[in-house]
Design a protein around this ligand. Sequence first.
Ligand code: IPD
Ligand code: CA
Ligand code: CA
Length: 247
Amino acid sequence: MQVQDLDREVSTKSSIADLVTNTDKQAEQTIKEDILTNFPDHGILAEESGVTASDSAYQWVIDPLDGTTNFVHGLAPFCVSIALMKDNEPLLSVVSELPAGNLFWAVRDEGAYCNGEPIHVATTKTIADALLITGFAYDHDAKWETNMNLFKEFTHVSHGVRRLGSAAADLCYVACGKADGFWEIGLHPWDSAAGILLVKESGGKVSRLDGKVFSIHDQQLLATNGHLHQEMLEKTAPAIASIAGSD
Ligand code: IPD
Ligand code: CA
Ligand code: CA
C-alpha cells in the first residue's frame, strides 16, 4: 500500500489539535503483534494502548505515527518510531521517515545510520551559524508560553528555528546534520526514545533543558550536535527554571 492510500479518518484526543487516525491504531497493533511474536516476554510502552507489563529488562517504546497532524494533512514529515530499551536506556532504535522513505537506525555503541550509510552530526560551532528545530505540545499552558518565548529568542540569534511537527524526525535531522539543535517541552517517552539514541550515536549530545541527564520519562529535551549544547543551555536552563512541574 502507498503512503497516500493509508486511512486518514481522524478523531481528537486531549484537544482539537491532538489527533489520532485509524492508521495510528492499526500500525501500533501490527508492530506490537510482531514484537510479541518474536519476543513474548518483553515489555511494551506504546502511545495508543499504553503499557504491556513484563518482568523483562527489555521494553519496546513505540510511537506508531509521530507527526499525525502532518499525516492527516498530507504534509511531510511523519514517522514510525521504535526503540528497544534495556534497563531504561535505549539499546537500539529505528525511525522510518515518511513519505521520504528514509530508514534511520542506531545501536548503542555501534553508530547511527540512514539507509545503510553512517550518519554524523553537523560541525556548526555557534548558534549564530545554526539551524534549530523545536516543537510544541498540545496543552497551551505555561510550558507552551515558555517555549514560544524560547522560539523568539533563538530565532533572533540563529539562522532560524523550524517547527516541523514530528519530534522523531527532528531528532533524525540533528543526527544526520541537517539541523544543529532541537529542543522541546512536553514530550512523551515514545516521542524521544528512538531519536535520542540516533543523536548520541551520531556524535551529538542529549540532556534535559536544565543540563541534567535526560531520561525518556522527562518531558524537556535538548539535543544538539554537541558544539552548541552549552550555548543553548544558557537560554534553556533559565527558561525551564521559570516554570514549575516541567519535568
Ligand atoms: C507530536 C509530534 C510533535 C511534537 C509533539 C508530539 P504525535 O507527536 O512529535 O512534533 O511537537 O509534542 O506529541 O502526537 O504526532 O505522535
Ligand atoms: Ca509523537
Ligand atoms: Ca503518535
